[in-house]
Structures are given as structure tokens and as C-alpha cells.
Design a binder for this molecule. Sequence first.
Ligand SMILES: [Zn+2]
Length: 483
Amino acid sequence: MKKLILFLLLTITGITLAQEFNSERLYDSYDSYRDLSIIRKKFTHQELMVSLEKFRSNEKYNFKKIGKSMENKEIWMVTIGHGNTHILAWSQMHGDESTATMALLDILNFFSANDQFDDLRNRILENVTIHLIPMLNPDGAGKFKRRNHLDIDLNRDAARLQFPESKILKSVRDSINPKFGFNLHDQSTRYTVGESYKSAALSFLAPAFNYEKDINDVRSRGMLVISNIFTEVSRFIPGHMAKYNDDFEPRAFGDNMMKWGTSSILIESGGWKNNFDKQFIRKLNFISLLVGFQSIAFEYYQNADIEVYQNIPENKTKLFDLLLRNLTAVIDSKKYIIDLGINYSETERENKNGYYFRGRIDDIGDLSTFFGYDEFDFTGSTIQPGEVYNKNSFSKTDLQSANFDSLYSKGFTAILSNVTGKFTDFPINLVANEEKYKPEFAIGSLADFKIIKNNKVQYLLINGFLYDIKAASGKVPNGIIVR
Ligand SMILES: [Zn+2]
């Protein structure tokens, strides 16, 4: 009996050890692999080539030029490992979806290091051969836009295969016949996990290969690997992972990979509060990929629970950057209770020195079923359109000595100014032509309002950023120039 118990204990412990993904240790050690040559989400093909250069001399890696984009930019594949099972991972098929490209650099740093994970990385590389294509759409990346040079969505060209970037991916797939494919994208940062308020930091999908959404061996293998990734990454971001819509798309690569016999795994990098350049999501990609590689290399997925995958909630579009609830608005002398959903769009500053933001009303009305990365309840407060301080026109020098707190306390969200350009670093909007400055309760309007309680202006919304006058808190990172 004692022997039997000991045997059972060893077996159970053995299984536990065998399923160890090292995710917490990898998470804690991540900083030593993070590639510091690229730390912002917008970067060019040229910058990526420079970042890849340091790996070329490493004999572990095989660099192969697999083709050229429409604008003649070289597309490279890096191969590591010598196992019989082949894994293909490609990123940035959509030019403005760069999070995973950064994570692939981190993966290359991980496999080139010599440290506490030597045993793990050696065992992975004995069992699998990993092929990485960072940046499949360099032309789109150059303009930080989704589509390729001819404005074609490459992820709708998997059936016709007309454009060089799509042809490259298909021919690589056909030549190495990978058992697994990681299809790496970025999704909207406005997605939540199902009906919850939590942002979908990562979403996964083992896509359908037909309209019936049948599940065969190829597709279920993808689901099982995702089950492993989901369970492990849940330790770090519980409730922040969702499933992407699984409707069959006959023109998309993930769906066709399944048809062609490659278990494809979609990873979509989503949103995280105050993580504009997505560096935290990049880290989660790194962990997800290494868990996925282990799941495949050690065939842990064979013992994974497919229900974990099936129970992942779907993406819902439920988030705004800023949500203001229960404001009283007086429109045509009638009172209404409204919520305002505000989103920001960004424009890169000169010399890659960060971003300018533009805040707009994205939705208005009863938004009680929505959430905000930031949200405030203004029950009992009244909202009115912001106003221009027009006693005199401010020059740049005037602005440098302006007392913004005093202007704010009087409810001014903009000032008359002759400064030109599109954006200003001053924390207020600048208006050259007063007629053109018309914040209003309408979708698309500039989000410039004052919020009043007990006949006093208590908050200002300037370019969509909330400023608390009494506490003198809140940050307006930049203003808009209205001409
Ligand atoms: Zn995409």
C-alpha cells in the first residue's frame, strides 16, 4: 500500500513537473531579453533590419531572404532549432500591427542567451524547428498603415495569392509544411473580454476552415495549444484575454492555413490602460509564444483541455478611452441625461519624439452598457460646450507666460491665437478663427466642454482630456490648433 501511494505521488508529481511551462520565471526574467533597439510601436523596415543585424553572426540562426515587397524591401525569415516539428510564425502582415514584431526580437534574444534557461531552450530546439518572419508587410509598416503598397489587405489575398507578400507566405508554408503557424496581429484597443469591463489585452483564435466551423485534427491542435497559452498567461492578466470572432473568412490566411494542414493560432495584441506603445502587451506576446513553443515541442497540448479554449469569452467592442456618465445637457432648452464616449487618435511628433493626441466624441447617449479605460460619474453636473478666451490674440510669447489655471477657472477651453500648425504643446486649444471652433453634442466633435456643479465650473474637458479645476489635477498632453 505504501509503495502504491509513493508510486501514485511520484506519477502525479512527475506529470506536474512535465507540464511546467516556466511562465513565471520567464515573466520575471523578461527584461534581460527585451530588445531595447525598438521600444515604440512605429518603426520602419530599415530599423528592423538594423535590429536583426546582431543575430546574423549567431550560428544558431539561419537567415534566409524569402522575397521582396512591392517597394523592393527585403523580407527575411530566421530559422532556429533542429527538431522534426516545424513552427512558422509571421508578424505584421498588417503594417500598423507591430507589437508581435517587437516580441519576435525578444524571442531571438531569448534563444541566443546563455543562462538559467539553457536546458529549456536546448530541449525546445531539439524538438522543434522555429521559422520566424518578422514584418511580412514592410511597405505598410513604412506608412504605419494596415494594407500593402497597393492598398491591398494581404489577409484577404490568401485565396487569389496575387501580391508578392502573400505569395511569399504561401510559398514558405508550402516549402516547410509547418505543423503549427502563429499568425500575429494587433486588434482594436476598444475590445473588452465579453461583457466585462476588462480590456482584451490578448485575443486568440484557432480559425475555422469552413462555414460550418467544423473541428478536425488540424483545428483542434490549434485550440489545444491556445488552451495551454490561455491558462499560463491568465496568471498575469486574469480576465484580460478573449477569443476573436471565429466566422469563416475564405480569403484570410489563418483560415486557409487550416485548410492547407497547418494548425494556425491567431494571437491579437489588444489594449491595456496607459500602454500606448504596447510594451506590456509585447511582453505578454513573448510569454505566449514561449508557452506555445513548449506546448508544441513537448506535446503538452495533447493533454490540454479543449474546454478551456471553448470557454474563452468573445471580444466585444465596449471600451472608450474616456467615458463620462450621467451628465445633464441642456439642448434647445430641454434637459437630457447623456453619457459621452471619447476616444483619442494619435499623430507622431517630429523626430519620433512621442505623439500628439486628438480627442473626439465617439458616441453619445445611454452608454450604460459600455466602459472606459478611465471613467467618471457626473450625476448632478451640467455639461456645456467650451468657450474661447477672445479678449486678445495670444502670440507664442504670450502663451509662454499665460496663466492657464486662471483661464481654466473661468471655463475657457481655448484661446484666440495666431500660432500656426496642427497641434500645440500648450495645455489648451488655440483658435485662429472663432467661427470654426464649435464643440457640440455630436459624434466626431472636438471634445471641449465645461462641467458645472452648483453654478461653478468644476471640470474642463480639453481636447478630450479631463481637468479637475479644484484639485488642479489632470493632464492635457497637448492642444489642437483650430484654424
Ligand atoms: Zn491584423
